[in-house]
Design a protein around this ligand. Structure first.
Ligand code: FAD
Length: 431
């Protein structure tokens, strides 16, 4: 019997297994680990679940990720844009103002400077206060409405530290056409030379030989006199402790006697699902960028990744690919579309916006992910307080993007796994 059972084999589960060492084991539902960090092969093209790149403000974790991947990564410049009125505006938008029409530049600059603060309760208030009406209404509000499928006026501000505040100097320089860089910690990024982003979880897997149980959908988790029993319906595995990295929605279904207020709190958490469409093209890359953001309501996707930017191993010779991200709710009309309908809509939008010609499309592939984005609505913190307090009382650790319900990137997930593993190891020493 291993001491710690780790439920879920995404980057959270795998990094926990790495940090906790030989006395832990990972239980993963699928035949492959990696969760949201998985990559897929389709007719010679490799793609991820949207744009996944390696970058971090957390230098220790970034160094650790790069050390795991050794020389199997390329360092690339993060050249990205916003697609606005038929032209590329350097990303972040406020750093590329000089290419806008004069009237648009004036409105962005004037309202950035003349910006009487409003009382700040919501994400919408924060956008107006930080950027001013021009930048807010031209780009930030429509883009955020599109990705979150939730009005920014109904979202909180607990996650906005992810969005750097622009210095006035940068905005003025950018309006005048003087080069500035926005998100300096994202200026360069790393990406595996082959295998897609999944090479990162795979590099953890190599250290966990014999400690990953794949094809093990956790169905029942119950207390025993010695700790916990975890069952997939036909086999039980025993542990002293468990750490859940599965989405909290799935985890609570596996437990007995969860108090109704905890179930209600989980039920009240809001999330977005994701549809990713890969479009394979029979011609080489034309755009020297990694990605572009689309605030337009009539374009179905909000972000386009020029996937072959990552390296020559990601498309057949002479070909290129685009991968787009579409957020959806499982109850909405976008999710109800068939894969063929979504792929057609994406290629139609790409043709209309001038990115491709129809005859260049040689293949498409569609992937759907139920849990993709935690939404920071105004009740999220209260609901999480209830869930976290109960899990703590039960001695259950939560770790990961949908277990903790935090808008984590994989670097933050690995940091959380390190913290959880240190806590568990410390408790073992005390006992
Ligand atoms: C569009 C998009 C772009 C992103 N871009 C980046 C980026 O550029 N850089 C970056 O670092 N991060 C990025 N991220 C974030 C990154 O993907 C996540 O932070 C990370 O993958 C979350 O890992 P996790 O292990 O917490 O969760 P998950 O990846 O969701 O893993 C959960 C695991 O639990 C398993 N599971 C579920 N139910 C069960 C069950 N009943 N029994 C057993 N196992 C189960 C699942 O199969 C899965 O393997 C992006 C995310 C998205 C959606």
């Amino acid at each position: 019997m291993k001491r710690v059972g780790i439920l879920g084999g995404g980057i959270a589960g795998l990094s926990l297994g790495y940090f906790l060492g030989p006395d832990s084991e990972v239980l993963e539902r699928e035949s492959e680990c990696g969760g949201l960090c998985r990559s897929f092969e389709h007719e010679g093209f490799t793609f991820d679940l949207g744009g996944h790149i390696i970058f971090s403000k957390d230098q220790e974790i970034l160094d650790f990720e790069l050390e795991l991947l050794k020389d199997q990564v390329n360092q690339l410049y993060r050249r990205a844009s916003v697609w606005f009125k038929g032209r590329f505006v350097k990303y972040p938008f406020e750093n590329g103002l000089s290419v806008l029409d004069k009237e648009d530049i004036y409105e962005c600059l004037y309202h950035f400077i003349d910006n009487p603060p409003r009382e700040q309760k919501t994400f919408e208030d924060w956008i107006y206060n930080t950027f001013g009406k021009g930048l807010a209404e031209k780009y930030l509000l429509p883009y955020n409405q599109k990705i979150w499928k939730t009005p920014p006026s109904e979202m909180g501000t607990r996650w906005v530290e992810r969005i750097p505040k622009p210095p006035a100097e940068d905005i003025i320089k950018s309006a005048l056409g003087i080069e500035t860089e926005g998100y300096t910690h994202q200026l360069y990024f790393w990406y595996p030379k082959e295998g897609g982003f999944q090479s990162l979880p795979r590099s953890f897997e190599r250290h966990l030989k014999g400690r990953i149980v794949r094809n093990f959908p956790v169905q029942k988790v119950r207390r025993t006199p010695r700790g916990w029993s975890v069952s997939n319906g036909s086999e039980d595995r025993e542990y002293e402790r468990i750490v859940n990295t599965m989405p909290i929605f799935e985890f609570v279904k596996t437990l007995e006697n969860v108090p109704p207020e905890v179930l209600r709190a989980v039920d009240a958490l809001l999330y977005n699902s994701l549809i990713v469409v890969m479009v394979g093209l029979n011609r080489p890359r034309r755009v020297e960028q990694v990605s572009s953001y689309f605030p337009q309501p009539d374009v179905i996707f909000h972000r386009l990744v020029f996937f072959d930017y990552f390296g020559s191993n990601y498309a057949p010779d002479g070909c290129s690919s685009m991968v787009v991200e579409i957020t959806a709710k499982q109850t909405d009309s976008t999710w109800a579309m068939t894969d063929a309908e979504v792929a057609k809509r994406v290629t139609d939008d790409l043709v209309r916006e001038g990115f491709i010609e129809q005859h260049e499309v040689i293949t498409t592939a569609v992937r759907r992910t139920k849990y993709a984005y935690a939404i920071y609505d105004l009740h999220r913190e209260d609901n999480l307080d209830i869930i976290n307090a109960w899990c703590k009382e039960q001695g259950i650790e939560l770790c990961g993007r949908f277990a903790e319900f935090v808008y984590y990137n994989s670097d933050a997930v690995i940091r959380s796994a390190k913290t959880v593993s240190e806590r568990i190891n410390q408790q073992a020493v005390i006992l």
